[in-house]
Design a protein. Structure first.
Lengths: 261, 346
């Protein structure tokens, strides 16, 4: 495990250099440089199709950048980037599509891809069940003792499902949490809870990438903002450089002209 | 009385805190209880219809010997079906694997253990090719395993030149001890079924591979997003079927003291019916070893039972059809109720 204190301020948690990603004819990202420093919350704004999801899926190892793109983790170039590798290094994502398996019970979803094992390398189902029950009580606000990790995810509400996805990211003590439109389809209280959660990531000294359509959700919680447009980084701002009104103004401008200034 | 229950019910179903109710055992294991129930009910019908036959041990010995021949593959096939795929080539793998055994031992004069190794290697390779075509090249398994089925069968017929091989006790004493002779009077075939059944249960319920089988079948995109190698999971499931098909081919051939080039023919529907009757979802993502295990014996019992009960053998298929259709319909309704949908769908 790399200690955050040693690297704080020096090398970024994750850095993408010159990353391009094409799907057949479609170029989703072109020459993107992207940095997240320790303890920093980075916002990602942009219209539909700007490349936000492609960017986070590249950070997460789901997409591989086209040749020429480079990925650095704590200053070290990583060649065999994959989801398993990224998760192993402490990057967790709450995906827009939630990435749940709905016919499965909560505990299976909670430990998806990182199942706990016990004796002889066999799954420790008992511990996964009890951990899932504990997490649901502590983080998802299911206060009753009747909480059951064997409930199938399909029976839960949208907010509860999102709770499972967020709790899952939290459980593995991630250094970097990526939230891809986490408030989509949530009620007001659920949205508030999610935003509080983003704030807690910062308090815990961890980093996050926060993507949302809603600038009113993004602006208050982030330290820095990337604006993406048609696969390119159209602008990068520290929060102290720009007010929310200026930002909105520029976003409209970008949407019309494709240029920041 | 009525008003009291009416008042207390909504209070119960809507607790003040936002807790969720634990699922009842019926909901969690409903389909497994269902299949065991069907099995018991059918057995009672047989006992009543033909008490002389069904209180005699012989009938049980008979289907304890024959059921595992397809039941074993049904256990392995359950993995493939849970991943959302199907393998129709296993009857051919049974034949090709056993042919590999016969060629190395009977024609090649090699000892039995070399034959076994070659047979398992062959079955494993067949499964590997199926898995590669389905998972890596993304070809629908329903189509491509029909293709490989012909491929493996054709290869086997060419290699064997269309002829069979006698598998006598004198030539293969050890193989008979392993795959044919009863152990303390108990049919060895069902011992295999129990042994492999336990291994398969552990594999499905207590290993990462098993956990990933469920996830890949439920939602492959989610599984990939969480870092699961969906290709490797599916390939391993197909290899499992390939390996177990060889065991089944050997059990079947030694049971008849002869390897027929047509080995495996007639196994396809029995096996697939066992998987689906056992409650494994056609859509992938759910299924159980207990279900497939019990369902295999139900399918086996229908065959033996209908005839022994003195019913005309023409009724076998009708009986098959009724049991399978009714069970699958019931399971679907139970599953929809669990998911809170209406019984007829959306």
């Amino acid at each position: 495990m790399i200690k955050t204190e040693n690297t704080a301020g020096s090398s970024p948690v994750i850095e993408l250099k010159n990353v391009t990603k094409t799907f057949g004819e479609v170029r989703s990202l072109s020459d993107v440089d992207f940095v997240v420093r320790p303890g920093e919350i980075v916002g990602l704004l942009g219209d539909n199709g700007a490349g936000k999801s492609t960017l986070v899926k590249t950070v997460m190892g789901f997409h591989r950048p086209d040749p020429g793109g480079e990925i650095y983790f704590h200053g070290e170039r990583i060649h065999d980037w994959s989801v398993a590798r990224a998760r192993g290094l402490g990057i967790e994502t709450v995906y827009q599509e939630r990435a749940l398996c709905e016919k499965q019970p909560i505990w299976r979803n909670m430990f998806m891809g990182r199942e706990l094992r016990g004796k002889f390398g066999l799954l420790d189902v008992k511990r996964m069940r009890s951990e899932a029950a504990r997490l649901m009580k502590e983080h998802m606000g299911f206060t009753s003792s009747a909480v059951h990790p064997d409930n199938v995810v399909a029976t839960m509400s949208g907010g509860e499902k999102q709770g499972v996805a967020i709790t899952r990211a939290l459980y593995f003590e991630a250094q970097l949490v990526i939230l891809d439109e986490p408030t989509m389809g949530l009620s007001l209280t659920e949205t508030k809870k999610t935003l509080e959660f983003v704030g807690n990531i910062k308090k815990a000294g961890k980093s996050a990438i926060f993507i949302d359509h809603n600038i009113f959700h993004v602006y208050p919680v982030v330290d820095r903002l990337y604006v993406l447009d048609r696969g390119k980084v159209a602008g990068v701002y520290s929060k102290d450089e720009i007010t929310m009104d200026e930002l909105i103004e520029r976003l409209y401008h970008v949407a019309r002209s494709g240029k920041m200034e | 009385m009525t008003t009291e229950t009416a008042n207390s019910d909504p209070a119960k179903s809507k607790p003040k805190d936002n807790s969720i109710k634990p699922p009842s055992a019926f909901r969690r294991y409903g389909s497994q209880f269902g299949i065991i129930g069907v099995g018991l009910a059918m057995w009672l019908v047989f006992v009543v219809a033909a008490p002389a036959v069904f209180t005699d041990i012989d009938i049980y010995v008979a289907f304890a010997q024959t059921t595992p021949q397809f039941g074993l593959i049904a256990l392995a096939l359950t993995f493939v079906v849970i991943t959302g795929e199907i393998d129709l080539s296993f009857p051919s793998i049974m034949a090709l694997g056993t042919a590999a055994f016969a060629l190395t031992t009977y024609h090649g004069g090699m000892p039995w253990y070399v034959g076994l190794s070659v047979a398992f290697a062959t079955g494993g390779l067949c499964g590997l090719l199926n898995g590669f075509l389905v998972a890596k090249l993304n070809i629908p398994s329903l189509v491509i395993t029909i293709g490989t089925s012909f491929l493996y069968r054709g290869l086997e017929l060419v290699l064997m030149n269309g002829t069979g091989v006698p598998l006598t006790r004198a030539d293969y004493p050890v193989m008979h001890a392993i795959f044919r002779d009863p152990v303390f009077g108990f049919p060895v075939q069902t011992l295999w079924m129990i042994g492999i059944g336990i291994i398969m249960w552990l594999l499905l319920n207590r290993t990462r591979f098993g956990a990933h089988v469920f996830l890949v079948g439920d939602n492959p995109t989610s599984a990939r997003l969480m870092g699961i190698n969906t290709v490797s999971v599916k390939v391993r499931a197909f290899v499992l079927v390939g390996l177990v098909a060889v065991v089944s081919g050997l059990l079947t051939s030694f049971y008849g003291y002869y390897f027929w080039p047509t080995t495996g023919e007639g196994f396809l529907l029995n096996t697939i019916a066992s998987v689906f009757l056992g409650g494994t979802s056609v859509f992938g993502g759910t299924g159980s070893m207990v279900g497939t295990f019990v369902a295999s014996y139900i399918i086996g019992a229908i065959n033996a039972g209908v005839v022994s009960a003195g019913i005309n053998a023409f009724y076998t298929q009708l009986c098959f059809g009724l049991v399978i259709v009714i069970s699958v319909v019931l399971q679907t309704i139970i599953e929809r109720r669990v998911r809170g949908q209406s019984a007829t769908g959306r």
